[in-house]
Design a binder for this molecule. Structure first.
Ligand code: DC
Length: 222
């Protein structure tokens, strides 16, 4: 069993890199942001203010989250239904960020994440994987890049999905979200003390994947 933690701000390429590394090593990729996005989606549909901790907490007993792997691809089911791409919009990014600052939401998702890592060799990406979810991970990487570079990647990603967005808006929203995520009281985005900080500004996806695989090989020799 191997456990790899990848943390860092939005747009650093964590999910694309982790997905590719998982395929190369034959291990499970866990996208923990999808869990917070799914709670954000429920809260939005319920017409609840995502900043209202009490109201969001009151929703939790009605939420059942299930992570399934179908042909090696993670799907998050919300009360038996897969919301699919609906959790990937910029609006849902902000909802996810807001609900993720609430302690009861983080507690609600803790066991789901730990349980997947108990049962599988994983590469898990998020904000608090190396610090909270997998403090004993075999390899911890804090992946980052310049704000402009990260915003450009996010812009390209959203445009490729057919969403009409402005680069300036993407940059502003990303900065706001990163500020929320890294300054919140509970489990803020942070590099674990024993994490390797990897800045991939200007690197292609391939180059980042190669660098991460090399890092993992050096640490655990697999
Ligand atoms: O990785 P992402 O952009 O899909 O994450 C969406 C939001 O979820 C992010 O703004 C903060 C929150 N999140 C978190 O608090 N902890 C994690 N481990 C993963 C995501």
């Amino acid at each position: 069993m191997i456990r790899i933690a990848i943390d860092g701000p939005g747009g650093a390429g964590k999910s694309s890199v982790a997905k590719a590394v998982a395929a190369r090593l034959g291990i499970v990729y866990v996208d923990t942001g999808a869990l917070y996005r799914t709670i954000g989606y429920y809260v939005k549909e319920a017409g609840v203010d995502p900043h209202d901790a009490e109201a969001v907490s009151a929703c939790l007993p009605d939420i059942n989250i299930e992570v399934r792997y179908e042909n090696g691809v993670q799907s998050v089911y919300l009360n038996g239904k897969n919301p699919g791409e609906a959790i990937r919009t910029p609006e849902m990014s902000m909802y996810a960020s807001a609900v993720s600052a609430i302690g009861s939401v983080r507690a609600f998702l803790l066991e789901t994440q730990k349980d997947i890592a108990r049962k599988n060799s994983v590469i898990m990406d998020g904000r608090d994987i190396g610090t909270v979810i997998l403090p004993d991970a075999d390899v911890k990487i804090f992946m980052t890049a310049s704000p402009e570079c990260r915003a450009q990647r996010r812009y390209d990603e959203l445009s490729a999905k057919g969403m009409t967005v402005k680069y300036e808006d993407v940059l502003a929203e990303m900065n706001e979200r990163d500020k929320n995520d890294s300054t919140r009281d509970i489990a803020p985005t942070a590099a674990a003390e024993d994490a390797v900080v990897f800045d991939n500004s200007g690197m292609t996806l391939e180059e980042s994947v190669d660098a991460v695989v090399e890092l993992i090989n050096k640490k655990v020799g697999c």
